[in-house]
Design a protein around this ligand. Sequence first.
Ligand SMILES: NC(=O)C1=CN([C@@H]2O[C@H](COP(=O)(O)OP(=O)(O)OC[C@H]3O[C@@H](n4cnc5c(N)ncnc54)[C@H](OP(=O)(O)O)[C@@H]3O)[C@@H](O)[C@H]2O)C=CC1
Ligand SMILES: CC(=O)N[C@@H](CCC(=O)OP(=O)(O)O)C(=O)O
Length: 307
Amino acid sequence: MAQTVFIDGAAGTTGLEIADRLGSRGEFELIVLDDARRKDDAARAEALNAADFVILCLPDDAAKAAVGMIRNDRTRVIDASSAHRTAPDWTYGFAELVGHETIAGARFVSNPGCYPTGFLSLVAPLVREGLLPADWPYVCHAVSGYSGGGKALIARFEAERDIAFRAYGLALGHKHVPEMKAHAALAHDPIFAPAVVPAHRGMLVEVPVHLAMMGKAGQADALRAALVAFYAGSPIVSVENDAPSELLLHADMAPVDSLTLRVLGSADGTQARLVAMLDNLGKGASGAAVQNLNIMAGLDETAGLRL
Ligand SMILES: NC(=O)C1=CN([C@@H]2O[C@H](COP(=O)(O)OP(=O)(O)OC[C@H]3O[C@@H](n4cnc5c(N)ncnc54)[C@H](OP(=O)(O)O)[C@@H]3O)[C@@H](O)[C@H]2O)C=CC1
Ligand SMILES: CC(=O)N[C@@H](CCC(=O)OP(=O)(O)O)C(=O)O
């Protein structure tokens, strides 16, 4: 029998993409609230408690409130918001980092943020294996397509066509920093410098590292090899061994749920750039939510994904 799924926030950017990926799959039956009832708390509470799985695609406060509306001990939850990403009683939904079995057995799963997905995919395994120091003051630069900011930022970029580049998070303290620090087990907050470009989707997340100053001169190949070994067998994460002269985001990029990593070392071995490329709405949000749903439901993790 099909298991029921309720996407709370189904009319939003992330929710719509999840519904797309679930499409006509026979394993799941969607509980849908029409436009008149999708923000009605009584209707939402009924759906939240009827579903086998709930996927929250809401602002943080609404996601916390939705969890409070669940009055049974059966419904399993995937929260796409940042409300529970460092909460001790939630499982961090990055299957490749926490282990598929952990997610398979979890009731409350917090889907990673889009930028942290890029940062953590590069840094967490290398710190865990002692190849990068945990107590280094890391820096992370990133650019995202404007759908990363949901309906409001999409509307803004579609109205203000002359924006070519939007640096933000200038006061530091972006809400993703605690998530990056916690799940890479770092001693210090990374400095996070995000920006938005006039592309609908897609992102490039970069961590430049001073290998020589870290006592790791000449180890770019070793870092890459460690990532290759860590993600071996993953149908979603790949590690390239190439030397591109440029990496491009395309304004009309098609949806994709994969994550591509690179370690680009300098010729003298003193520096490297760790780079992740992904779709903010793919592995950065909706694709990861569907991957987690698949794992929790005991299915092939890639079912319904765009790879
Ligand atoms: N966009 C992205 O790339 C990513 C998003 N996320 C996270 O996913 C969550 C959803 O983001 P996103 O889809 O981009 O945002 P959107 O603004 O596009 O969608 C949010 C949806 O939630 C609805 N909503 C808001 N409050 C309530 C409520 N109280 N009850 C029911 N519905 C409500 C909104 O309704 P209405 O349509 O009326 O405004 C909207 O449809 C956020 O927490 C975001 O941070 C995480 C990773 C990446
Ligand atoms: C471009 C843009 O605005 N991006 C969002 C992050 C999108 C995302 O990852 O959502 P969560 O906040 O739920 O993690 C931001 O910087 O706040």
